[in-house]
Ligand binder design. Sequence first.
Ligand code: 3HC
Length: 311
Amino acid sequence: EDAAGQAYFDRIIAEDSRIEPKDWMPEAYRKTLVRQISQHAHSEIIGMQPEANWITRAPSLKRKAILMAKVQDEAGHGLYLYSAAETLGTPRDVMNQQLLEGKAKYSSIFNYPARSWADMGAIGWLVDGAAIANQVPLCRASYGPYGRAMVRICKEESFHQRQGFEILLELSQGTPAQKQMAQDAVDRFYAPALMMFGPPDDDSPNSKQSMAWNIKRFSNDELRQRFVGMIAEQVKVLGLTLPDPDLRFDEETGQWIHMELDWQEFKDVISGRGPCNAQRMARRREAHENGTWVREAARAYAAKQAQKKAG
Ligand code: 3HC
């Protein structure tokens, strides 16, 4: 059964087709997908926190409504991705428990503080912009439920990126103090946003296998330099600058060159020693505790319904 299954799987991957939940798949394929998709979902859920802190401080009702819609979208993306991961046989409670116990990774970027309103612009423009650069190729991931989840998520991310750009543009065209606030936010989020794409290719243990299985379509460095190329142009429209003296386009290689990133900082941040890791985890655990009554009520209601059905 495995030999036939392996032959089928290999053919599907060779044809660049889709593997679906009930198809045979190598255990390592299943495992790396649960790893990546659950971490992706955790990122969306933790990613709600930096922005949630600014909903009550938004400068206008319009900005408040937009930010609430964005944070609500992130929650939805998380639930979408937990559902995709569950099709691989890992229940959502198990993934959630791993997060609560500090055993699960989530995107490094959310362990940085959101210090000013302009950070809402920098997060939308840079963080959601980076997320789009990373997620568009994932729409073609070989695992069906993951690729399909990405299609809707990417559509909503475009709104997230656009509203962030608009916040920065408005501030940049405002008073000198507002322009400085926008520039300060871009200065603080630029390097951490580049590190979202993962470690350099020669230090990326999962990339080779992920690319062989058509999960990852482009390497970490390839997507990173593509993203740099996009924001290098957009930042001019904003009338701001990127905090990168080494940034330039290399005509020969057709690649964007950016400054050296601090990979020790990255390692610290993803090992729990970033500026906000403890705060983000404490908030997540507190939110989970606060939700106990909802889970108990839902279980009680479900039990009653089941009793009624049983007659
Ligand atoms: N943050 C935390 N951990 C990271 C990381 C990051 N930015 N980049 C890499 N890592 C981890 C990897 O998970 C891996 O650890 P593991 O084996 O324990 O999982 C290790 O560092 C080595 O990295 P690799 O390059 O070998 O790992 P991958 O092949 O998985 O590539 C990735 C990393 C590019 C992030 C890939 O996992 C991926 O594309 N994931 C899906 C995209 C994603 O997670 N995006 C989150 C963005 S935030 C977001 O979407 C919210 C936005 O809407 C605001």
